[in-house]
Design a protein around this ligand. Structure first.
Ligand code: FJE
Ligand code: FE
Length: 338
């Protein structure tokens, strides 16, 4: 499929390559189709996330949001959470951003101050736009008793991503987009590469999730000895968070190794790099590929409140304490987890 131009990749500069491609396309117009050359972004760093305590008796591996991985506009936080029956995230508020919860194993029950509740299980996604205000609890659920015997699942495991909202959407009405595993579209660019398209687009397959902040969220599983190129818009920032196995990222000549629980951040596009090249060798791999349009707006964050100015944060404290301006229903509300 690919032309022998591939071998020029190393030596020739990006601009020269582009003009070469254009030239070749013209010359070979009646001949075989020449695919345009695509250059891979490189990896700027690899950071391992170790477990830390969070919430109530929960454990998380923090990716984005840890000290080495701050300022990943538009992303505020990514946690890989691991919660047993004694843990969870009881009643707490949010304002000014979105939380995306993606279950890997086990089940989580959410319950909010407006009477919205539900359970998400393996492969399901809850895309929550907090907007002007949500107060909710997020707690694992386990089947009763000892029925499961030794093989009973004792931990709920998943990912939670926090995406900042543009200024004009920070005070929008809260919204939920909930997708069961079976409702999430898949692409299979080749045998042995399976891509779940949670948000955005991959190899012609498009998610129906509405993103106020343009975002791609892919769950990619690769068998050993596969190569995939995942396109992303030139203006997006992005990263890979490795769940298991091993990947080799970037152009063949300057590959970074991605291992479990590591975050690998993408370089900028330099105006031309519209793809990320991902290869597996002896080991299979599973990872999430997350990218988005940076907002380039000031961020003032106080825990679960993320606004643009200090004044807006003071207003948020006031609104939450007095149960006004989006937090009305917080008055007297308690989840069943409390
Ligand atoms: C939060 C501390 C928290 N990571 N992963 C402070 F733990 C939380 C919080 C979460 C969270 C919830 C889930 Cl389901 C998964 C998480 C942090 O809820 F919001 C603040 N402010
Ligand atoms: Fe929450």
């Amino acid at each position: 499929m690919r032309s022998s131009l591939l071998t020029f990749r190393t030596a020739v500069s990006a601009t020269l390559l582009l003009s070469l491609t254009a030239l070749t396309t013209v010359v070979l117009a009646d001949d075989a189709v020449v695919e345009p050359l695509r250059l891979s972004r490189t990896i700027t760093r690899a950071v391992l996330s170790e477990e830390q305590a969070e919430g109530q008796g929960a454990r998380v591996r923090r990716s984005i949001g840890r000290p080495e991985l701050r300022n990943h506009d538009p992303f505020l936080m990514l946690d890989e959470f691991l919660v047993d029956k004694n843990g969870g995230f009881p009643d707490h508020p949010h304002r000014g951003f979105e939380t995306v919860t993606y279950m890997l194993e086990g089940q989580f029950r959410h319950e909010d101050f407006a009477g919205h509740s539900g359970v998400i299980g393996p492969g399901d996604v809850q895309w929550m736009t907090a907007g002007r205000g949500i107060v909710h609890s997020e707690m694992p659920v386990f089947p009763d008793g000892d029925e499961g015997g030794e093989r009973a699942l004792t931990k709920a495991h998943g990912l939670q991503l926090w995406i900042n909202l543009p200024k004009e959407h920070k005070m929008c009405d809260p919204q939920y987009q909930e997708l069961l595993d079976s409702q999430i579209p898949r692409s299979e660019p080749q045998l042995g590469v399976a891509i779940k398209v949670i948000a955005g687009e991959s190899h012609g397959v498009q998610s129906k999730v509405y993103t106020r902040t343009p975002t791609m969220f892919l769950d990619i599983t690769m068998e050993p000895h596969k190569v995939v190129e995942q396109n992303l818009p030139l203006s997006y920032t992005g990263f890979i968070y490795m769940l298991s196995g091993k990947t080799y990222l970037g152009e063949k000549e300057e590959q970074f190794v991605g291992e479990a629980h590591n975050t690998l951040t993408f370089s900028g596009s330099d105006g031309v790099k519209e793809t990320v090249r991902i290869e597996t060798k002896e080991e299979a791999a599973r990872f999430v590929f997350i990218a988005g349009q940076p907002l380039n707006e000031p961020i003032v964050q106080h825990g679960p409140f993320v606004m643009n100015t200090h004044e807006e944060i003071y207003e948020t404290f006031f609104d939450f304490r007095n149960a006004v301006n989006g937090f009305e229903r917080a008055n007297q509300w308690r989840s069943s987890a409390n």
